[in-house]
Design a protein around this ligand. Structure first.
Ligand SMILES: NC(=O)C1=CN([C@@H]2O[C@H](COP(=O)(O)OP(=O)(O)OC[C@H]3O[C@@H](n4cnc5c(N)ncnc54)[C@H](OP(=O)(O)O)[C@@H]3O)[C@@H](O)[C@H]2O)C=CC1
Ligand SMILES: O=C(O)C1=N[C@H](C(=O)O)C[C@H](O)C1
Length: 250
C-alpha cells in the first residue's frame, strides 16, 4: 500500500481525495498539511511538510501557489516524490520544480482527468491540419467563483500543446480590451469565465473560413481529478528522480 501525505488536505480537492482514499486499498493518506490544522481528518495534520514526522512514499499537492516553494524544498530535503497539481505557478516556481526533479520524482499536471489528457494530444493533430489552412485558435475556460488563478492551468497547458505544433511562435492574448485592431494571425486567445459552482470546462475553438470546429471537455465533479491524482501517486511512489506527467500514468 502506498502511503501518501495530502498537502492542502482541508481544501476542496484535499477532502475529495481523503474520501476516495478511504475506499481504496492501494493507498492510505497517512498525514496532511494545511494552514489550519484543526482536526477533521482521521490522520494527523501539520502546518508544513517540514514539521511532518510521519513516514510516507509520496506527497499529493492541491494547495495554492504561495505554498509551493516551501513544498518543493521540503520534498527535496525529505527525498519524497511529489504529485504537483496546484495551478497558477510562476515561471520561477516551474523552474524550481524542474530543478527539484533532478533530486526527486516530480509529476506535474494542471489537470488529472483522462479527458483533458486525451484532449492535449487531440489538439496537436487538429492544429497541424487546421492552422496552416487559415484557422484561428481560441480557448475558453469556465470555473467556479472561488478559483483564484486565471486563466486555468489547463487552458495554459492546452495553449502550450497547440503552440508546440506551431514551433512556439504564437503569442497568448488574454485581453483585447485595450487595443482597437483586427486579431493577429499568430496568436492564441485565452478567455476565463468565473461563476457559481462550475467544476471546470475547457473549449478549444478553431475558427476558419466559413467553418468552425470546437473541442469541449466538461468535468461534472472533482472526483475525476481526485481519481487521476490517486493513480498518479501510486505510479510515482518509488520512482527514480525525474520529471513525469499524466501521459506516463494513463
Ligand atoms: N491538477 C488538477 O487536476 C487540479 C488542480 N487544481 C488546483 O489545485 C489547487 C487547489 O484547489 P482546491 O482544492 O479547489 O482549492 P482550496 O482553496 O479549496 O484548497 C487549498 C487548500 O490548501 C490550503 N493551503 C493554503 N496554504 C497552504 C500551505 N502553505 N500549506 C498547505 N496548505 C495550504 C488552503 O488553506 P486556506 O483555505 O486556509 O487557504 C486550502 O485548505 C488550485 O491551484 C487548483 O487550481 C484543482 C483541481 C484539479
Ligand atoms: O481550480 C480548479 O477547480 C481547477 N483547476 C485546474 C486548472 O486550473 O486547470 C483544473 C481544473 O479545471 C479545476
Amino acid at each position: 500500500m502506498v502511503r501518501a501525505i495530502m498537502h492542502g488536505c482541508n481544501g476542496k480537492m484535499g477532502q475529495v481525495i481523503t474520501g476516495l482514499a478511504q475506499d481504496d486499498e492501494g493507498i492510505a493518506i497517512v498525514a496532511g498539511v494545511d494552514q489550519y490544522t484543526e482536526q477533521k481528518n482521521d490522520y494527523p495534520v501539520f502546518k508544513s511538510l517540514a514539521q511532518c514526522d510521519v513516514e510516507a512514499d509520496v506527497v499529493i499537492d492541491f494547495s495554492n501557489a504561495a505554498a509551493v516553494d516551501a513544498l518543493i524544498s521540503d520534498c527535496v530535503a525529505k527525498k519524497i516524490p511529489v504529485v504537483l497539481c496546484t495551478t497558477g505557478l510562476t515561471e520561477a516556481q516551474l523552474e524550481k520544480a524542474a530543478a527539484a526533479a533532478k533530486e526527486v520524482a516530480v509529476l506535474k499536471s494542471a489537470n488529472m482527468s483522462l479527458g483533458i489528457n486525451l484532449l492535449l494530444k487531440l489538439v496537436k493533430e487538429a492544429t497541424k491540419v487546421l492552422v496552416p489552412a487559415g484557422f484561428d485558435t481560441e480557448i475558453v475556460e469556465k470555473h467556479h467563483r472561488l478559483k483564484v488563478d486565471a486563466p486555468s492551468g489547463t487552458a495554459l497547458a492546452l495553449a502550450d500543446s497547440i503552440n508546440e505544433e506551431l514551433n512556439n511562435e504564437y503569442a497568448y492574448n488574454y485581453d483585447r480590451s485595450q487595443v482597437r485592431e483586427p486579431r493577429k494571425k499568430e496568436e492564441i486567445g485565452i478567455s476565463a469565465v468565473r461563476g457559481g459552482t462550475i467544476v471546470g470546462e475547457h473549449e478549444v475553438i478553431y475558427a476558419g473560413p466559413d467553418e468552425v470546429i470546437e473541442f469541449k471537455h466538461t468535468a461534472y465533479s472533482k472526483t475525476v481529478f481526485a481519481k487521476g491524482a490517486v493513480e498518479a501517486a501510486k505510479f510515482l511512489a518509488g520512482k527514480a528522480p525525474g520529471r513525469y506527467g499524466m501521459e506516463d500514468v494513463i
